[in-house]
Ligand binder design. Structure first.
Ligand code: SF4
Length: 175
């Protein structure tokens, strides 16, 4: 079973989508300068089950258009179950992975895929030298240009429990 450390509604990580985003715990890649090192412990956070996700999507019905997972590909069966649940709720699915690709059965359940590890010298999606790629899997189009050309590094997040919004820099570099 996968677990998550944070849940946020984000507006920039997937172009054109309002995404319910989960930072999944247990990433095994250990990128130097990882922005999410506090999520490396696979026992950290809270359970992220299909039933929980379905309930959250019902809570956010009409507000979010996409579910975004920061990681989780290291448990493909658990991630597939979450992706299938999201699909049944009628929202798009995006995965940010630090790998250069993911297995076909995951790609088939995804609408968007961000690939590539975080390399500080190359920068994230908002850097013209980045090694990372955000792809619309429906068309094969690369979407990096949405992040470049002077866009802010910051993202605005809200949760039902938060009356305020917070600026969270660096999230675009996540794996
Ligand atoms: S893939 Fe992302 S979460 Fe995993 S170690 Fe690298 S930057 Fe951190």
């Amino acid at each position: 079973m996968l677990r998550y450390l944070t849940e946020d509604v984000v507006f920039q990580e997937v172009p054109g989508e309002v995404s319910l985003a989960y930072t999944v715990t247990g990433c095994p890649l250990r990128c130097p300068s990882c922005h999410s090192a506090d999520s490396w412990d696979p026992q950290g956070g809270r359970p992220l089950t299909p039933d929980f996700l379905i309930q959250r999507l019902k809570d956010y019905r009409g507000l979010v258009t996409c579910v975004l997972f920061f990681g989780g590909e290291w448990q493909p069966c658990a991630l597939l179950a979450l992706l299938a649940a999201a699909q049944r709720q009628g929202v798009h699915r995006c995965l940010y992975t630090g790998l250069d690709t993911v297995e076909p059965r995951l790609r088939r359940q995804l609408t968007f895929l961000k690939t590539g590890p975080w390399v500080r010298e190359l920068g994230g999606l908002d850097s013209p030298t980045t090694n990372q790629r955000l792809i619309d899997l429906r068309t094969g189009a690369m979407l990096n240009h949405h992040f470049q050309g002077g866009h802010s590094h910051a993202s605005t997040h809200t949760t039902p429990d938060q009356s305020e919004t917070e600026l969270h820099s660096g999230i675009l570099a996540r794996g």
